[in-house]
Design a protein around this ligand. Structure first.
Ligand code: GLV
Length: 415
């Protein structure tokens, strides 16, 4: 009897949450949960476009898996009652060493697309990078975000168009430019090849069937204005992305495979602010970036979507930092799924980390509130990891906070 009383006194009914998005997010404990939810909600072709990588997806897998090999050497009994995650990114104080990477076609994950992500980033004071292949325009994103904004460019064959985009970004308060340098040609994403996937998604028999299985997405897609490359479309370019084409056909027609370091000079001559070179994958090119005088590099293999077999990004941070650390800011983009991953990157010498898929999964899972959720999750994760490893501020996250394991734990048994 006494025992039943005790049990009854501690059992409480959970409050019933009526809001379906809130209910969903309450169950999203990490990025893999958000990924699973996005997979359920998005048509298979859309999910695979976001989730997939080039060829055998080895670089994609290794980007994520390499973090497993990093182990903390946590320090204890250091007063961590106050943990300060303030970072300096492109010379500016930011609340977290985190930047939102540019992603193309964001509106395929959610009708608000880039606007949702930009608003969530602005609420946290984090830089949001808008892609040239974005489906919201430079001006529309600027109108909803007074947070730090970066604009991503390729050096397209049509330099006049690039110059025009840069002028518009400058006029609307974007503070930095990311130049993507790993897309001389487009990588072969074989999930898209198998599905005959086009962007924007074309409504064919398979998409109709997929649409019936994913009614909410289909309704949103049909109800909202057509998906275009919003920044480029307003330029009246012939290829504004409004007609369905295979991505590789479109991008290969625009990319300039002759891109070289001279083009970096050209960009410096037409853009006044900081420049980030995104897609550096070797120590040798990191050194050339320092010589070129850009403010930052983003170590990136484009989320494993370009050259399959390119090095995993977190493994590149330390050798690059040893060579050019202190001379240039080093961002790293690839495989970040937790706050602890960001701390690991900093320990190895990165200035900050970037996320792409992590926020796209969140957007596909639960729209703008999903992005808020994943940013909270990453911020909490950085703070908790710092507290548990004895770091009060980012300058305490030094190389001796981590060590490389010889093999991943999952491979150390058997074979
Ligand atoms: C575009 O840059 C993509 O990776 O799909």
């Amino acid at each position: 009897m006494g025992m039943i009383e005790t049990v009854r006194s501690v059992v409480r009914l959970k409050p019933i949450v009526l809001d379906p998005v809130e209910r969903r997010l309450a169950k999203a404990a990490d990025v893999s949960d958000l990924r699973r939810m996005a997979k359920r909600r998005l048509p298979a072709g859309v999910f695979d476009y976001i989730d997939g990588g080039a060829e055998d997806e080895r670089s994609l897998e290794r980007n994520v898996a390499a973090f497993e090999r990093i182990e903390f050497k946590p320090r204890v009994l250091r007063d961590v009652s106050k943990v300060d995650t303030t970072a300096t990114i492109l010379g500016q104080p930011r609340p977290l060493p985190l930047v939102l990477s540019p992603t193309g076609f964001t509106r395929i994950a959610d009708p608000q697309g880039e606007l949702a992500v930009a608003r969530a980033a602005a609420r946290r004071g984090l830089p949001y990078s808008l892609s040239t292949m974005g489906t919201r325009s430079i001006e529309d994103v600027a109108a909803v975000s007074d947070g730090p904004k970066w604009f991503q460019v390729y050096t397209w064959k049509d330099r006049g168009l690039v110059k025009d985009l840069l002028d518009r970004a400058a006029a609307t308060g974007y503070e930095a430019i990311l130049l993507t340098i790993d897309t001389a040609v487009l990588g072969r994403r074989e999930r898209d090849v198998r599905r005959g996937y086009t962007l924007p998604p074309k409504v064919g028999l398979d998409t109709i069937i997929d649409g019936i299985v994913h009614p909410q997405w289909t309704l949103d897609f049909l109800r909202n204005e057509p998906i275009t490359f919003a920044s480029v479309a307003t330029n009246n370019s012939a290829s504004d992305g409004s007609s369905a084409v295979s991505l590789s056909a479109y991008m290969n027609s625009q990319f300039d495979a002759a891109l070289s370091w001279r083009d970096v000079e050209w960009l410096q001559s037409v853009w006044d602010g900081p420049i980030v070179l995104k897609g550096v994958q070797t120590v040798a090119d990191a050194k050339l970036a320092v010589e070129a005088g850009v403010e930052a590099i983003a170590l990136s293999n484009h989320g494993g979507r370009q050259l399959d077999g390119a090095p995993s990004i977190i493994e590149l941070v330390e050798p690059v930092a040893q060579e050019v650390g202190g001379q240039i800011e080093i961002l790293c983009d690839g495989g970040i799924r937790r706050g602890s991953d960001i701390v690991k990157a900093l320990a190895l010498g990165a200035t900050g980390a970037m996320i792409g898929r992590a926020y796209l999964y969140a957007l596909g899972a639960a729209g703008e509130r999903g992005v808020d959720h994943v940013l909270d999750f990453l911020a909490d994760g950085v703070e908790r990891t710092m507290a548990l490893s004895g770091a009060q501020q980012l300058s305490d996250i030094t190389r001796d906070l981590v060590t490389w394991r010889a093999t991943p734990a999952s491979e150390s048994v058997g074979d």
